[in-house]
Ligand binder design. Structure first.
Ligand code: GDP
Ligand code: MG
Length: 439
C-alpha cells in the first residue's frame, strides 16, 4: 500500500508540465461534450486548437494536476469565447435609451420585453415604456398590454392600422415628453428570416436610431439559433443577444456559437416563463454549466486517475454493503488528493452540493502522512472492523502513530462521514444509471 501511495504521489508530482498526450486525451472528451452541447462544429474545431496550443507545455500549478490544468484552460477559453466579461446594456447619453427587440416568432421577444422592463425598474430604478410594434400577429398587442398591466407600466400602442415605423417614432416622442428612461420596442417576428421582415426592421432602425438592437433567440433551437443570429446581424448590425429558454434541458451550446459567429455579446439569459426569470448573462457561469452537469468530474477522472475498473467495482460493492475498511479509506484519500479538495470536486457534481460534512474531509500532503501513520498503527483486525476501536485501542494507536488521541478521534469520525457519503453517492450514481470509478 505504501508503495502504491508513493508512486501515485510521485506520478502526480513528476508531471511538471502538461504534455501533449494529456491534452490530446482530454480534448477528445471536450470536443465530444461540446458537439453534444450543440456547439457549431467550426467553432469547436477552432476552440480545440486554441486550447491545445495554450495548454501544452504549460507548467502545472502546484494545486492542480495536469488534467485539472487542462480543464482550467478549457474553462477560461470557453469563457472568453462567450465574451469574457458580463456585457451590459448600452445606454443613451441623453434619455430615453431606445431598445429594439428583434427575432423570429416564438423566440420570446414579447416576454423578454416585459422581463427587461421589470429588470430595469427593479435593478436600476428606471422607467420604461413598452411599445407594441408587432401589428401582424393576432393578440400580440394585447399580450404586451397584459404584461404592462401586470407590471403596472405604460404600454404604447396605436392599434394594428398604423405602421410599425410610425408607432416606434411616436413612442420615442412620447417617452421624451414623459421623461421615461427606456423605450422597449417589441417588434414582429416571422417563422423564418425573410426580406419583408428585414425591411421593416431596417426602417424602424433608421427612424429611431436605437441604442441597442437585441436579438432574442431561442437557445433550444441550437444550430438554427446561430444561423438566425448570423442573418439578423448581417442586416441590422446587432448590439446584443438575449438567449431565451435556457431553463430547458438545452446545454447552452448556442451561447458559445452565437457569440463566436456573430461577435455580438450575449447580454441576458431567459431562464423561464415568469416575468422575473431574466438574468444578466455571465460567460463564466455558462462555461461552467457547459462543462458541468457531472461531466467535469468524469473528465478529470478519465484524464488522470488510474482507477482500475476491478477496484472501483469492488469498492462500490463495499460501499453498498457498508464494509469499507481503513485500507480502502487510505487508498481513496490518495485518489481524492490527486483530484483536488473534496468539497470542490463535490461542487462540480450536480446534486452533490446538498451533502453535508464534506468540508471536514480535506487532504493535503501532511494530513495524508498523518492519516497514514494512524492507519498503520491499527492492527489488521481494527482496519477491517473500525467499530471495535475503543478507548484503550485508541490510546495504543495514538502512541504507535505519534499522533494525538484527538487526531485519532477525528480520523475515525471522518472515516464514518466518508462511509456515509459514499453510500449516498453510490445511491446517486445508481439512480443515474451510471457507474463511475473513483473515491
Ligand atoms: P415572441 O413571438 O418572440 O414574442 O415570443 P413570446 O414572447 O410570445 O414567447 C413565446 C413563448 O416562449 C411563450 O410561451 C413564452 O412563455 C415562452 N418563453 C419566452 N422566454 C422563455 C424562457 O426564457 N423560458 C421558457 N421556458 N419559456 C420562455
Ligand atoms: Mg411577440
Amino acid at each position: 500500500l505504501a508503495e502504491r501511495l508513493q508512486s501515485s504521489i510521485k506520478k502526480m508530482k513528476g508531471k511538471g508540465k502538461v504534455n501533449e498526450q494529456d491534452v490530446k486525451e482530454m480534448m477528445r472528451e471536450v470536443r465530444l461534450a461540446l458537439l453534444e452541447a450543440d456547439v457549431n462544429f467550426k467553432v469547436v474545431k477552432k476552440f480545440v486548437a486554441n486550447v491545445k496550443e495554450r495548454a501544452v507545455g504549460q507548467d502545472v500549478m502546484d494545486s492542480l494536476t495536469p488534467g485539472q490544468q487542462v480543464i482550467k484552460v478549457v474553462n477560461e477559453e470557453l469563457t472568453s469565447l462567450m465574451g469574457g466579461e458580463q456585457s451590459k446594456l448600452n445606454t443613451a447619453s441623453k434619455p430615453p435609451t431606445v431598445v429594439m427587440m428583434v427575432g423570429l416568432q416564438g423566440a420570446g421577444k414579447t416576454t423578454t420585453t416585459g422581463k427587461l422592463a421589470n429588470h430595469l425598474r427593479k435593478q436600476h430604478n428606471r422607467k420604461p415604456l413598452l411599445v407594441a410594434a408587432d401589428i401582424y400577429r393576432p393578440a400580440a398587442i394585447q399580450q404586451l398590454e397584459t404584461l404592462g398591466k401586470q407590471l403596472d407600466m405604460p404600454v404604447f400602442s396605436l392599434g394594428d392600422q398604423v405602421s410599425p415605423v410610425e408607432i416606434a417614432k411616436k413612442a420615442v416622442e412620447k417617452a421624451k415628453e414623459e421623461h421615461l428612461d427606456y423605450v422597449l420596442i417589441d417588434t414582429a417576428g416571422r417563422l423564418h428570416v425573410d426580406e419583408d421582415l428585414m425591411n421593416e426592421l431596417t426602417q424602424i432602425k433608421n427612424e429611431v436610431k436605437p441604442d441597442e438592437i437585441l436579438l432574442v433567440v431561442d437557445a433550444m433551437t441550437g444550430q438554427d439559433a446561430v444561423n438566425v443570429a448570423e442573418n439578423f446581424n448581417e442586416q441590422l448590425d446587432l448590439t446584443g443577444v438575449v438567449l431565451t429558454k435556457l431553463d430547458g434541458d438545452t446545454r447552452g451550446g448556442a451561447a458559445i456559437s452565437v457569440k463566436a459567429v456573430t461577435d455580438t455579446p450575449i447580454k441576458f439569459a431567459g431562464m423561464g416563463e415568469k416575468i422575473d426569470q431574466l438574468e444578466p448573462f455571465h460567460p463564466e457561469r455558462m462555461a461552467s454549466r457547459i462543462l458541468g452537469m457531472g461531466d467535469m468530474l468524469s473528465l478529470i477522472e478519465k484524464a488522470q486517475t488510474n482507477v482500475d475498473e476491478e477496484k472501483a467495482k469492488e469498492l462500490e460493492r463495499k460501499m453498498r454493503t457498508n464494509d469499507l475498511t481503513f485500507d480502502d479509506f487510505l487508498e481513496q484519500l490518495a485518489q481524492v488528493k490527486e483530484m483536488g479538495p473534496l468539497d470542490e470536486i463535490m461542487n462540480m457534481m450536480p446534486g452533490a452540493g446538498k451533502m453535508k460534512g464534506l468540508k471536514n474531509i480535506q487532504v493535503d500532503d501532511k494530513q495524508l502522512a498523518h492519516i497514514e501513520a494512524i492507519v498503520k498503527s491499527m492492527t489488521k483486525y481494527e482496519r477491517e472492523n473500525p467499530s471495535v476501536i475503543n478507548a484503550s485501542r485508541k490510546k495504543r494507536i495514538s502512541k504507535g502513530s505519534g499522533r494525538s488521541i484527538q487526531e485519532v478521534n477525528r480520523l475515525l469520525k471522518q472515516f464514518d462521514e466518508m462511509k456515509k457519503m459514499m453510500k449516498q453517492m453510490s445511491g446517486m450514481q445508481k439512480g443515474k444509471g451510471k457507474q463511475k470509478g473513483g473515491f
